[in-house]
Design a protein around this ligand. Structure first.
Ligand SMILES: *[C@@H]1O[C@H](CO)[C@@H](O)[C@H](O)[C@H]1NC(C)=O
Ligand SMILES: *[C@@H]1O[C@H](CO)[C@@H](O)[C@H](O)[C@H]1NC(C)=O
Ligand SMILES: *[C@@H]1O[C@H](CO)[C@@H](O)[C@H](O)[C@H]1NC(C)=O
Length: 372
């Protein structure tokens, strides 16, 4: 169904409910990579509900072959000038213009999802580390956060470094608040994280040369290079691969810290909520014979369906990066019953960034939170 409508509201925000059903449209994007051009919609649907969905495309002109600029999803066919009573709103269709070069951003990080977030220091440290690594944009799917966190986000939004995508899913759906179904039941896995990540890959497909899907307490660090800008071309060359690179997760428990750090925690930092990541330099060794989890940096134009760890549908899949070339530093609370303190390895690679990181973090805290 392609038609022109006048009166229906347009909506830029994600999460549009499909009337009468447990279905929510997140984002719609022109798909340029298949033999016939189509619109891909990222949506959350209730699997046991069997519904035939219809797209209602709103075009600039009368000619039905015109490219649609807005779309709504319904469970009914709308004839003629349409009884549009159950269309809540139309959504702009993204990715109208594909790009193969000159991307506005080299690296975009997708954070999904932020909820009850109060770790101000951790947020600023992560953002400044991302910058040192060559990241130019961070997309945050946000449910809620604390006041000081919001001030820091506002600062980065003003700078053009962060885009906030309001994530209202929990006001419609009973979401699970943890990744494990047995511990936190709900109708939707972990706040709808996977839908958010899918949206992010499409949203930045032609804006960003590469996209990384990770959390704020995770840092993918090259061991020999300074940043991702030089790391990724190097990986493309040695692995002869271009779609996605897997970086092995390494846990650095917060319970273990070094007395000696590059600089004592600045007094300024102590005023804020959150954990200074710099003292936590003890890595639990990964067993190379076991499965080790990972996160991915990808070329979004080669990806159809990403997931939290890896790609479900892509042109080329992922390759595992040798942890001697680059790996993920994951600084988190980790129960001591899961590791033996004797086995941990002291790994201070993060400190190689400290000279630049420490003054940058202090400066942001001062400016964002108005401290003299
Ligand atoms: C719609 O536009 C196409 C391309 O310009 C043209 O070939 C076609 O005849 C038009 N159809 C109608 C119904 O106007
Ligand atoms: C078109 O809309 C008008 C005004 O709402 C209505 O009276 C008419 O029946 C509609 N025509 C069709 C074919 O739906
Ligand atoms: C990345 O590292 C290279 C080589 O050390 C350097 O020239 C470049 O400026 C760095 N880029 C960023 C964004 O820091």
């Amino acid at each position: 169904q392609v038609k022109k409508t006048r009166k229906n509201p347009f909506n830029n925000g994600p999460m549009i409910k499909v009337a009468h059903h447990k279905a929510y449209v997140i984002g719609s994007y022109v798909e340029h990579r298949l033999s016939s051009k189509m619109i891909q919609t990222v949506a959350i649907v209730f699997r046991s509900e069997e519904v035939q969905y219809y797209c209602l495309l709103c075009c600039d002109g009368r000619n039905i072959s015109a490219a649609a600029t807005f779309v709504a999803i319904t469970s009914q066919i709308h004839e003629g000038n349409g009884s549009l009573w159950n269309i809540q709103s139309f959504q702009p269709v993204g990715n109208q213009q594909p790009r193969t070069e000159n991307f506005p951003y080299a690296f975009t990080v997708c954070i999904s999802v932020m909820y009850d977030y109060m770790n101000v220091l951790g947020l600023v440290q992560a953002m400044e580390m991302f910058k040192l690594l060559g990241v130019q944009k961070v997309a945050i799917y946000k449910i809620n956060c604390h006041l000081d966190t919001q001030k820091v986000l506002d600062y980065y939004v003003r700078q053009g470094f962060v885009e906030i995508i309001p994530w209202t899913v929990s006001s419609y759906i009973k979401v699970s608040r943890g990744w494990k179904k047995s511990d936190s039941p709900g109708e939707l896995h972990y706040f709808g994280q996977i839908a958010a990540l899918n949206d992010c890959v499409y949203r930045y497909m032609y804006e960003s040369q590469y996209v990384a899907l990770q959390d704020l307490d995770e840092l993918i660090l090259p061991l020999k290079e300074d940043n991702w800008t030089t790391l990724i071309p190097h990986l493309e060359e040695i692995y002869q691969h271009h779609a996605g690179f897997e970086f092995e997760n390494n846990i650095f428990p917060i319970s273990l810290s070094s007395n000696k750090t590059p600089e004592n925690t600045p007094d300024l930092w102590k005023q804020f909520e959150g954990e200074n990541m710099l003292p936590h330099v003890y890595r639990i060794p990964n067993d190379p014979n076991e499965f080790n989890n990972f996160k991915v940096i990808m070329n979004p134009r080669l990806v159809f369906k990403p997931s939290v760890h890896g790609l479900l549908d892509s042109i080329g899949g992922t390759v595992r990066v040798d942890p001697k070339i680059a790996r993920m530093y994951h600084i988190k609370s980790y129960p001591s019953k899961y590791f033996s303190p004797e086995s941990v390895i002291r790994d201070t690679h993060l400190w190689d960034y400290a000279d630049k990181l420490i003054p940058a973090v202090s400066e942001v805290l001062r400016q964002a939170l108005n401290i003299q």
